[in-house]
Every structure is written in structure tokens, then in C-alpha cells.
Ligand binder design. Structure first.
Ligand code: TYD
Ligand code: MG
Length: 450
């Protein structure tokens, strides 16, 4: 077959070149050229031969009701309630985090569907060994160890599977392009083939994508635009839990969160994750406070630990784990200026237990409580928790969905929750005392000068 015409395009500004260039002569960007197929452009005439037909909105059949329900609730939650037919999903994550395991165990637990698992990374034997380890079998599970897209599409058109998993998109190659597997041009071309197949056949396709060290989905984010849903699989390899975050979803809410535990026999869904992130202990120490956070629509209680000690050197140290360093510096500046606490002479270490990274601004209040508790060396009652954002003038600002946070705290046996006074419509709860605070000073008085 004749090769189509290809050219190289700058991914930054769109500059076209017949050969690869290290630096774009147009915008000056380095390493931005990717190979693409150039199809001949037909001028749009005013009397087209092939007429396109518009469709009435009411007559369009939606795939929404026919979602394929996944075997575990965490995956369903991340997908927004199941897999939509014809959707293209990207499962992104660092190597070794458990992407292949998640896909394999999902496939093997859908016995009513014919599943095609395409692997460019592992051999058939390796997958078989993993399936044995998971202790699962499947009557119509097909494995294809292949990376050539032309050969793969031939099999796909013959088999017509109900569900396709591709592990990984970085190993797939289209023979139409001369560039190697994993290059931007190849990733984009292969993803486009899968997208076209998914849409025309209404078959859902899940692609595995590796994340580079700097946290990007390899292939400068090109994939994110092409796919319908991006699920990010993350977690610290030192810990057993894994988080499945919805980064983008055309068919549901983004910022959803699924939680798993990596066990001997695959990933176990964790339906009540708060217990994972609350430190179990008999003794209560100063510098510890529990935050009632929310990830997507899911409430999550996590412990914040702070250590504030006099600094031995001129410049005090600020070290964080699981929290934004600049946010900590801002909170310290607010405490210094509005609360009059002399924290500029102190080293500050802050840790979110479990290595979890949470972006909810409601974490602020627990961070401030933990900092002050360590600074004063006075413990906070382990049955109290916090949810509030801190403003620059030291005010405690309202947070989203207080009722959900209160309910989760009550469910876990907390007896008191500190919230912002500016949160309106907080329903009284029979099991938990709700304390409303307006300013950081008030919180300080409540906690440490009763
Ligand atoms: P894997 O799915 O191969 O990761 P990825 O595809 O994202 O690169 O998972 C690799 C890790 O998971 C590996 O270190 C072994 C571990 N693992 C378990 O702990 N339990 C299991 O049952 C399985 C299958 C893997
Ligand atoms: Mg893998």
C-alpha cells in the first residue's frame, strides 16, 4: 500500500515543515515537531455532491441509558455511572501503579461481554499469570499481543468485541507514519483510529496511557483532547491504596474519586475510604487535626499533622507533604499578621497522613488548627474535625456541601465539627455539634483558651 503524504507540524503554533526540526522557526519552541498525515484538501464548493443531513435533537438515540455497568463501584463512580457505549476512555498513570491490573480484573469480571485485551507491553503468558494470580477466568476474553494498528484493526473488525482495552497507547504504531511508537504523531494517529472505531461501532475503548515523570500524559496532552474521559490512577507506591481520579468526563462529573487498595489478589475497591486516612492511635499528640474534605462528591476525612519547632538557622524551614507549599506560606503569613503568632522564627513541617494529595480549600482550617496546636503544644480533641477556607484577612470562609461533610463526620463518630459562620443553611445534626467560626482568632480561643 502506498504511504500517505506526511509532514511535520509544530504542536505549539501549527507551523508545517517537510522534515523534523529541533526548533520551530516560527514560534521558537524546542522539540515541538510531530509527524502527521496530510490528507489532500478539497475546496468546499457551494453545491456539494454528497449532502449532509441534519437530525432533529429529539430523534437522536442516546447511549446514556445503555451504560455498561462495571463490576466495581469505584470504577462506576469515576466513569459517572458506568461505561458509555462508543466512548473512548484514557486510563493514565505512572508505570507500576496498577493500570494493567485494573483493566484485567475489570475485563475478567464481565463474563457476559466479549472483551478484547490488546497488549503491547506484556506477553500472553504474563497476562495469563496475572489472571491466575487474580483467580479469575472468563469464557470470552481474547488476548492480542500486537502493536501494529493495521493488524489490530483487522482482528477488531473480524471479532467485533463488546469492549476493547488497549495497553498501552504508547506502544501502538500506525505503519502510515515513519515515526517511532510513543512519539506525539503516533500517539495522536493511533488514538484517532480508536476514536473513529469507538464512535462508528459504538464499542467502548479504554486506552492505557503512561504519565511521564513531570506528571504529563506522554504526548504533550494530545490525548486529553481526543478522548471523552480521562481517569488518572495515582498513589504512592509506599502505600497500598490507589486513587482513581476523573480529570475529564464528557458523560459525568469530573473530580470524582474512586479508591482502591492494592492487595495480593488485585485491586480491592474501598467503599469507605476515610478509615484509611485517619491515623489509628491510642495517644493524642499536639499538632494533629482532622479535616472533613470533599473530593468530587465524595466526603473524605483525613488527618493533618504539623510540627512547629524553633528554627536553628536564619531562614526557617517549611516542608510539606501532600499540601501546596505556597498555600502553607500564605496561611503562615495570615497567622503571623492577623493572629500575631510569631511563626517566622519557627521551622514548620506539614504532612497529610497517607501521602494523599487533596485540593479541597476546606483543608485550610484543619491545617491552621494543626499548626497552632503544635505551636502551643496543646492537643486537639480527637473527636473534633474541621472544614473551612482561610481568607487573607484571617476570616474563615464558607465551603461547598457542608451537609455532606457533617454527615460523614457523624458517621465516623466525630462529636464536633468546626465550620465557617458564613456557611448558610446548615441543618442541625442529632449526633454532632456544629461550631461556627468567623475568624482564626475565634478558633484559637475556642481550641486553646476555653
Ligand atoms: P501493573 O498493573 O502492572 O501496573 P501498570 O500497568 O500501571 O504499570 O501493577 C504493577 C504492580 O502491582 C506490581 O508492582 C505488582 C502489584 N500487584 C499486586 O500487588 N497485587 C496483584 O494482585 C497484582 C496483579 C499486582
Ligand atoms: Mg501495565
Amino acid at each position: 500500500m502506498a504511504k500517505p503524504k506526511v509532514a511535520f507540524f509544530c504542536q505549539h503554533c501549527g507551523y508545517e515543515s517537510p522534515k523534523w526540526l529541533g526548533k520551530c522557526p516560527s514560534c521558537g519552541q524546542w522539540n515541538s515537531f510531530a509527524e502527521e498525515i496530510v490528507s489532500p484538501v478539497h475546496p468546499i464548493s457551494s453545491s456539494p455532491h454528497k449532502a449532509a443531513t441534519p437530525v432533529s435533537l429529539q430523534l437522536i438515540y442516546t447511549a446514556e441509558e445503555n451504560r455498561i455497568v462495571m463490576p466495581d463501584e469505584e470504577l462506576n463512580r469515576a466513569l459517572g455511572g458506568g461505561l458509555v457505549p462508543g466512548s473512548l476512555v484514557l486510563l493514565a498513570g505512572e508505570p507500576g501503579i496498577g493500570k494493567s491490573t485494573l483493566l484485567l480484573q475489570t475485563a475478567l469480571q464481565l463474563p457476559q461481554l466479549q472483551v478484547l485485551y490488546i497488549t503491547g507491553e506484556e506477553s500472553e503468558q504474563q497476562i495469563r499469570m496475572r489472571a491466575d494470580r487474580l483467580g479469575l477466568t472468563h469464557p470470552a476474553f481474547y488476548l492480542l499481543a500486537e502493536t501494529d494498528m493495521q493488524a489490530i484493526m483487522k482482528v477488531v473488525h473480524q471479532l467485533k468485541p463488546d469492549l476493547i482495552f488497549v495497553d498501552s497507547i504508547q506502544t501502538m504504531v500506525s505503519p502510515m507514519l515513519g515515526s517511532p511508537a510513543g512519539s506525539v504523531g503516533q500517539i495522536r494517529e493511533c488514538a484517532a483510529i480508536w476514536q473513529a472505531y469507538a464512535k462508528t461501532s459504538q464499542t467502548p475503548v479504554i486506552l492505557v496511557g503512561h504519565i511521564t515523570k513531570d506528571g504529563l500524559i506522554a504526548g504533550p496532552k494530545v490525548l486529553e483532547h481526543i478522548v471523552d474521559t480521562v481517569l488518572q490512577f495515582e498513589g504512592d507506591r509506599q502505600y497500598v491504596y490507589r486513587l482513581l481520579r476523573t480529570v475529564k468526563n464528557r458523560f459525568g462529573a469530573s473530580f470524582e474519586l474512586g479508591v482502591y487498595e492494592m492487595a495480593d489478589r488485585g485491586l480491592q475497591p474501598v467503599s469507605q475510604p476515610s478509615a484509611l486516612f485517619l491515623h489509628q492511635k491510642e495517644e493524642v499528640f499536639s499538632g494533629s487535626a482532622v479535616a472533613a474534605t470533599l473530593e468530587g462528591t465524595r466526603p473524605l476525612l483525613v488527618e493533618v499533622q504539623a510540627l512547629v519547632t524553633p528554627s536553628l538557622y536564619g531562614t526557617p524551614q517549611r516542608t510539606v507533604s501532600g499540601f501546596d507549599l505556597r498555600r502553607l506560606q500564605l496561611l503562615l503569613a495570615v497567622l503571623e499578621k492577623r493572629g500575631g503568632f510569631h511563626l517566622h522564627t519557627q521551622d514548620v513541617f506539614l504532612n497529610i497522613v497517607g501521602g494523599l494529595h487533596i485540593e479541597d480549600p476546606a483543608l485550610d482550617l484543619a491545617v491552621v488548627a494543626a499548626l497552632l496546636s503544635s505551636f502551643e503544644d496543646i492537643t486537639i480533641s480527637p473527636s473534633s474535625c474541621f472544614a473551612g477556607e482561610i481568607g487573607l484577612s484571617g476570616e474563615i470562609r464558607a465551603i461547598s456541601r457542608p451537609a455532606q461533610r457533617i454527615a460523614e463526620a457523624a458517621r465516623l463518630g466525630f462529636q464536633r465539627i468546626y465550620l465557617s459562620r458564613y456557611n448558610q443553611d446548615i441543618p442541625p445534626h442529632p449526633e454532632i455539634e456544629v461550631m461556627l467560626m468567623g475568624k482564626v482568632e475565634e478558633l484559637y480561643q475556642q481550641l486553646f483558651q476555653p
